[in-house]
Design a protein around this ligand. Structure first.
Ligand code: NAD
Ligand code: DAU
Length: 338
């Protein structure tokens, strides 16, 4: 079986592919990745008998077509994935997330690919004050990132509805774990603290996210690929909802730091208050459940960053956010606390 996996030099895709390669008798994997600022070739083995790495763009239709001709199934991770970057400029988000996804879907349709798993996000539903979104809830994305992901998510489902393609969509909550680019809150805060720098907490720190270990997420994706049904959407949750203040407290604790290391900065524009997905369907239909306990998972993740400075330090240095400013400078100015 030949599996085409897009975006697998990034955080989640690389965890998924390393998992497949570790399994005896797993599929042959072709990775297509553009190696943007967020992709690292060394997130994957340099060589492996079941791995082919292709450096390229999912918007490059001739290249996609050549690879799709040999693919039985596709798992599509490639995306621009950081909300703050989409606020600073949305063009790359529309290009990769929308046009890139459409390029892949068109090619998969032409080549009669058996199954196409599209990795979407809980952010497509928008913010929810109480309760949890079920899969059938209408989408109300609020950031340019989530709007581009909602577009690609709906496009994928439209290829099922219109053409009868076997498309399956996953919508998961906030991932954490090793190999995450140090711009997302968990690795940013851990690596700042490892450098003796303060961590920038947006607004009041009361926004809520549901935390999902990346290995649990990848297990969920594999269940959807192998046991899911065509045209279906599966929410994948982690079961640990925390305000950003609670998350920060845990990270400070595992890094041996105090609240004096927290810098309160102005809020993210249009900051969604809370995401929450109802993942009953994945549990009852596929037997999915997250296995990682968050407190242990975040401590292990901090340990990984402590022992992999050579991996994250160069990435952090080259991460420019916004263009012309360094991530090392807070994006937002510190604000007075009442
Ligand atoms: P990431 O930013 O770490 O990795 C993205 C990868 O895609 C990188 O390797 C990058 O080089 C590649 N890429 C970007 N543009 C490309 C293009 N045009 N052609 C080919 N490759 C390209 O992202 P991630 O956190 O691993 O997220 C993977 C997927 O999961 C994304 O679709 C994201 O929207 C979704 N997701 C992420 C989270 C999360 O918490 N990180 C949660 C829900 C959903
Ligand atoms: O919910 C799934 C989504 O989770 C994915 O689709 C996205 O790809 C992924 O980036 C993530 O989006 P978030 O915006 O939730 O993640 P981020 O790590 O950027 O921020 C998490 C929370 O922490 C959010 O409420 C904003 C806050 N935050 C973030 C940063 C980077 C801070 O307080 N300070 C920061 O410096």
């Amino acid at each position: 079986m030949n599996l085409l996996v897009t975006g697998a030099a990034g955080f989640i895709g690389s965890t998924y592919v390393r998992g497949l390669l570790a399994r005896n008798g797993g599929p042959k994997v072709t990775v297509l990745d553009k190696l943007t600022y967020a992709g690292s070739r060394d997130n994957l083995p340099e060589s492996h008998p079941r791995l082919e790495f292709v450096h390229g763009d999912i918007c490059d239709a001739p290249l996609v077509d050549r690879l799709m001709a040999h693919a039985d199934e596709v798992v599509h991770f490639a995306a621009e994935s950081h909300v703050d970057r989409s606020i600073n400029g949305a063009a790359d988000f529309v290009r990769t997330n929308v046009v890139g996804t459409q390029t892949l879907l068109d090619s998969a349709l032409r080549h009669g690919v058996r199954t196409f798993v599209h990795v979407s996000t809980d952010e497509v539903y928008g913010s929810i004050k109480t309760g949890s979104w079920p899969e059938e809830h209408p989408l109300r994305p609020s950031s340019p990132y989530s709007a581009s992901k909602a577009s690609s998510d709906l496009l994928a489902l439209a290829y099922h509805h219109t053409h009868g393609m076997d498309v399956r969509v996953t919508r998961c909550s906030n991932n954490y774990g090793p190999h995450q680019f140090p711009e997302k809150v968990v690795p940013l805060f851990i690596t700042n603290l490892l450098d003796g720098r303060k961590v920038p907490l947006y607004g009041e720190g009361l926004n809520v996210r549901d935390w999902l270990h990346v290995e649990d997420h990848c297990h969920g994706i594999e269940l959807v690929r192998t046991k899911g049904r065509p045209g279906e959407i599966y929410n994948i949750g982690g079961g640990t909802e925390l305000t950003n203040k609670e998350l920060t407290a845990l990270i400070l604790e595992v890094c041996g730091a105090g609240w004096d290391m927290v810098e309160h900065v102005a809020d993210r524009k249009g900051h969604d208050l809370r995401y929450s997905v109802d993942w009953t369907k994945a549990r009852t239909e596929l037997g999915y459940r997250p296995l990682h306990d968050f407190e242990t998972g975040v401590a292990t993740t901090a340990g990984w960053y402590r022992s992999h400075r050579a991996w994250w330090q160069p990435l952090k240095q080259r991460a420019q956010l916004p263009p012309g400013k360094s991530q090392e400078q807070p994006l937002k100015q510190p604000v007075e606390q009442s």
